[in-house]
Design a protein around this ligand. Structure first.
Ligand code: ADP
Length: 621
């Protein structure tokens, strides 16, 4: 070993860096391992590049990274057989540049520290080599450069004092030896290290092995026992890096299940593969969605050259795409810059636009080429499509001709198809139901006339209706809204002012709107209608009030109209009955139409039941 020892102190400018690193990165300390292991992979990549450029000869040994846990010495070591460093390089890259880079970084985030740690943005965009000090009292480097020359040993304590001298390493490559601090002993356990490696390093491009040093290792490898071939932590050739034409359906599904821990198959996927200048790869999966709310919990993992960066980085991927699951590898992204930079970055907006286009293309191609399959998928992807359309008009414009309307009979129609069929009966109007069960009476009025009803029973549908109306210049009318012209027959007009009064009386609503219409369906005595506009207003108010008061089960619709069917015999007979009978019959008719409109309140239900039993008794007398 050489006698020459160089000592140095971290410059004045940066002397507080270690405490700052420790404090700031508190929430996501574990990323130190990602930083150190990815530096090791970089060193291996550089070596392979030199070899392929002919600068050095062929490499005949296996290039890999070893992560060694040594509980006896409280160290965690990351070793690689990459390019290594000369002492000049250690001085240049480790002592100066990296550190001043880190200072820049920290200054950039100074004002943002609270918010930044909340969002974990610093965790997303690590600090490089120095993040090792988040968990270590001291860090040593043993390195030997591929250029030959003497090995170098560098050691630095958490106070920032370093020493540089000739080292012991015999082979080309680097060991980064982290002396784990007493309060971070978690990082000396295999479970923790394995978990962190699996999270961040699962797809790094060189094999990574987790090993134990010292006694523990000996224990494991006792003589006579068959030694298992060590398995790397990672998959060095993740599916997204492959050419889509070389990937099988099975591979896509397996990859999905493994990466997202899902036992269900995805519905379909999109392999993204954008060349220069976007230069990114990825796979987006449409997961099977079982409930309206679950769908909002997607997971898009962002990678930087196969190094995991973070889940669901809102600044990079349009928020609505985060409902999907997938992986995106963007080596072009300047990941070590601030969130606001990412937000206004033109690369990021091009990237988003590209992904959005690909998603839209996929939906359109499924619609055009595999309509049957598309219809089967529709209910699972509908919420996504609606949400995405509402968030991004450009997305909607791309896919609008592939939007399907689910019909109450289980079939599907595009808006165009629906309007085409409706052309003669109800131009530019789409009838819809929001509840197949409670509105069944109304639905059947339409379907028996050959008019299709759309089933829009999700909360988000109401907003989507607004978008469709605005874009297509059409009207959506709920089945229980004002009686459609096409439900009216041409029967003779019958009206009776006394009957109107009678219904106002039995309903207990003095101002109830009552009108006569001759309906084609002669069997139905009466039906309650709600004006589409005032009901929508009501619905909106209810949504707002949801967080506040409950009791929404007795809605007070502002404009309720009782339509009496002048084609119905019972309605016509009412005027001929004696007073008591009239009231009993009118009340029953009113309650039945209320029952078809909505759930009765407990009081309404009680009175309806007792009236019905009375009627029954009288009938049987
Ligand atoms: P970055 O990786 O972003 O450049 P780091 O602080 O992580 O910043 O590392 C600084 C530099 O130190 C690297 O760019 C590289 O030149 C050198 N370095 C770090 N780790 C290794 C290693 N394992 N082998 C060779 N060089 C390394």
């Amino acid at each position: 070993m050489s006698e020459k020892v160089e000592k140095g102190g971290i410059s004045v400018e940066t002397e507080h860096i270690f405490p700052v690193i420790k404090k700031w990165l508190y929430s996501e300390k574990e990323i130190f391992l990602r930083e150190i292991v990815s530096n090791a992979c970089d060193a291996l990549t550089k070596l392979t590049r030199l070899s392929s450029l002919g600068e050095i000869g062929a490499i005949d040994e296996k290039l890999c990274v070893k992560v060694t846990l040594d509980k006896e010495n409280n160290t965690l070591t990351v070793s690689d057989n990459g390019i290594g460093m000369t002492d000049e390089e250690v001085k240049k890259y480790i002592c100066q540049i990296a550190l001043s880079g880190a200072v820049d970084f920290i200054q950039k985030y100074e004002g943002e520290s609270d918010e930044a740690s909340k969002d974990g943005i610093i965790g997303h965009f690590g600090l490089g080599f120095y993040s090792a000090f988040m968990v270590s009292d001291r860090v040593d480097i043993e390195t030997k450069s591929y250029t030959g020359g003497k090995p170098v040993f560098w050691t630095c304590s958490e106070s920032g004092e370093y020493e540089l001298r000739e080292g012991d390493r015999e082979e080309r490559g680097t060991d980064v030896i982290m002396h784990i601090s007493d309060d971070e002993v978690e990082f000396l356990t295999e479970t923790k290290i394995r978990e962190v490696l699996e999270k961040y390093c699962s797809f790094m491009p060189f094999e990574i092995y987790l090993e134990k040093a010292g006694e523990e290792k000996k224990e494991e490898g006792k003589e006579g026992e068959k030694k298992e071939e060590p398995k790397p932590i990672n998959d060095t050739h993740p599916l997204w890096q492959k050419n889509p034409s070389e990937c099988t359906e099975e591979e896509y599904k397996d990859f999905y299940k493994k990466v997202f821990n899902d036992y269900k198959d995805p519905l379909f996927y999109i392999h993204l593969n954008a060349d220069y200048p976007l230069n990114f790869k990825g796979i987006l999966y449409f997961p099977e969605i079982t409930s309206e709310y679950e769908s909002l919990e997607g997971q898009v993992k962002l990678y930087y050259n196969q190094v995991f960066v973070a889940d669901n980085v809102k600044e990079v991927i349009p928020e609505y795409l985060l409902m999907l699951k997938g992986v995106l590898d963007c080596p072009e992204l300047p990941l070590n810059v601030s969130r606001s930079y990412l937000q206004s970055n033109s690369y990021v907006s091009k990237l988003s636009a590209h992904i959005v286009k690909k998603v839209a293309d996929k939906l359109n191609s499924l619609y055009t080429n595999e309509r049957e399959k598309y219809e089967k998928l529709w209910l699972d992807i509908k919420t996504f499509v609606e949400y995405a359309s509402l968030r991004d008009r450009k997305f909607y414009d791309r896919i609008k001709d592939s939007v399907l309307l689910p019909l109450t009979d289980g079939k599907f129609a595009t808006v165009g198809e629906y309007l085409e069929k409706a052309k003669e009966k109800h131009e530019n109007t789409v009838y819809y139901a929001t509840d197949k069960k409670t509105q069944s009476q109304y639905i059947s009025l339409f379907t028996s006339e050959g008019i299709d009803c759309v089933l829009f029973d999700k909360v988000i549908d109401a907003s989507f209706i607004g978008l469709l109306e605005d874009d297509r210049k059409i009207k959506f009318v709920r089945v229980d809204a004002d009686i459609a012209e096409s439900l009216k027959g041409d029967g003779e007009k019958y009206e009776n002012e006394d009957t109107v009064k009678l219904f106002r009386e039995v309903s207990g609503k003095e101002k109830l709107n009552v009108k006569f219409e001759a309906l084609k369906n002669k069997k139905l005595p009466a039906i309650l209608n709600l004006s589409e506009q005032s009901r929508r207003l009501d619905d909106m108010m209810k949504l707002y009030a949801m967080a506040g008061k409950g009791g929404a089960d007795a809605p007070s619709y502002t404009e309720e109209t009782l339509v009496l069917n002048s084609e119905n015999a019972l309605i016509r007979r009412l005027e001929t009955l004696d007073d008591d009978k009239k009231k009993v019959a009118a009340k029953q008719i009113y309650m039945l139409s209320l029952l078809s409109l909505r759930q009765l309140t407990p009081d309404e239900m009680q009175s309806f039941l007792s009236d019905s039993f009375d009627l029954l008794e009288k009938e049987l007398d």
